[in-house]
Design a protein around this ligand. Structure first.
Ligand SMILES: [Zn+2]
Length: 342
């Protein structure tokens, strides 16, 4: 099969489009013919290599996958060949206390497709049968691939962790990012007032179309001052943070008293410094998020099936052009998801 692999960690030139053997499935696994695979910043971190995370080499990236069932393991009874499916990006044991209580991403055996195991930058991928979720044909392959990771993460952040409520104000960073564009829709569905940031003029219209009430160009204005101005100096109850170094301390400064900051990523760097006094005097909460659980994914896909949420596809590249696709993401040119078609 065709795949994009890397043999060593490093820059974008490590990605090679090549023929590799098709994966062989075990009795509890499914082989999926990948039709589309969306990019995530996780792909970049995985390619670069992360301290303490063993990544088998050579490696195939990609955790957001839509496709058709090609082969079914002997023990699997509930799935049919050729069914249209999306894949849950997280693999967990399904039987420990964390998994049973819906906190799959805290499972000691938790892995992400395309991180610790081969992913969807390929014509075929093998996964445990419990990661396979049948879907309708109301969305295209590219649209389905654009759903799982970002909608699950944004749901876990706003609904499960921050417990965002109707009437509250939320600042969502980077409207054009996958998580940002999903989070704006979820926050509006909850009934919150949405403030969001963008890095270029042309993204303003798209952010407004998604439902954002206020759009702040962070390259032109200091976003924390602008949030203070827009909220009559009260601040927002919730900040959805996924940028890290460039924004984290200022994000805390946009919070109202007893505000909650939820974080799931560090696209601009992982270190920051904060004044702890500010944290306790205003009684703020910092909540960490790492993807989400199967039950949350089922719920969010249900809302996508019923048309409440819409995946935003920025652009589609052939699998062979994975380098150009990653470059577009690194240059922050996208509004919505960048997808590879195989
Ligand atoms: Zn478990």
């Amino acid at each position: 099969m065709k795949a994009v692999i890397f043999k060593e960690h490093g820059d974008i030139d490590q990605l090679i489009y090549i023929d590799v053997p098709e994966p062989k499935i075990g009795p509890d696994e499914i082989l999926v013919r990948v039709r589309a695979c969306a990019l995530n910043h996780l792909d970049i971190w995985t390619r670069l290599g992360m301290p303490g995370v063993p990544i088998p080499l050579p490696h195939i990236l990609g955790c957001d996958i839509a496709g058709e069932i090609s082969k079914i393991g002997a023990n699997v009874k509930n799935l049919k060949a050729s069914e249209r499916v999306v894949l849950a990006p997280g693999i967990s044991c399904g039987s420990c206390a964390w998994c049973l209580s819906g906190w799959d991403s805290l499972c000691a055996r938790f892995q992400i497709i395309g991180l610790q195991v081969d992913g969807g930058y390929a014509e075929f991928v093998k996964v445990p049968a419990r990661n396979v979720i049948p879907v309708s044909s109301r969305l295209s392959w590219e649209e389905w691939a654009a759903c799982p990771l970002v909608f699950l993460t944004a749901w876990h952040m706003l609904v499960t962790r921050a417990e965002l409520k109707k009437g509250e104000r939320v600042l969502i960073h980077a409207a054009g990012s996958g998580v940002g564009s999903a989070a704006i829709q979820i926050a509006k569905w909850i009934g919150a007032e949405v403030l969001t940031t963008i890095g270029s003029e042309e993204k303003e219209k798209c952010a407004k179309q998604l439902g954002a009430n206020h759009v702040i160009n962070y390259r032109k204005t200091d976003f924390s001052k602008e949030v203070r101005r827009l909220t009559e100096n009260r601040g927002v109850e919730v900040v959805l943070e996924h940028t890290g170094t460039e924004t984290f301390a200022q994000s805390l400064a946009t919070l109202s008293r007893k505000g909650r900051l939820v974080t799931c990523g560090v696209t601009s760097g992982a270190s920051t410094s904060i004044d702890i006094r500010f944290l306790f005097i205003h009684q703020l909460s910092i909540l960490g998020c790492y993807m989400g659980g199967c039950k949350e994914l089922d719920r969010v896909l249900e809302l996508i099936e019923s048309g409440v949420f819409k995946p935003i596809v920025d652009s589609v590249f052939p699998l062979a052009d994975a380098k150009a696709a990653q470059k577009r993401m690194l240059e922050r040119k996208n509004f919505g998801k960048i997808v590879l078609k195989t």
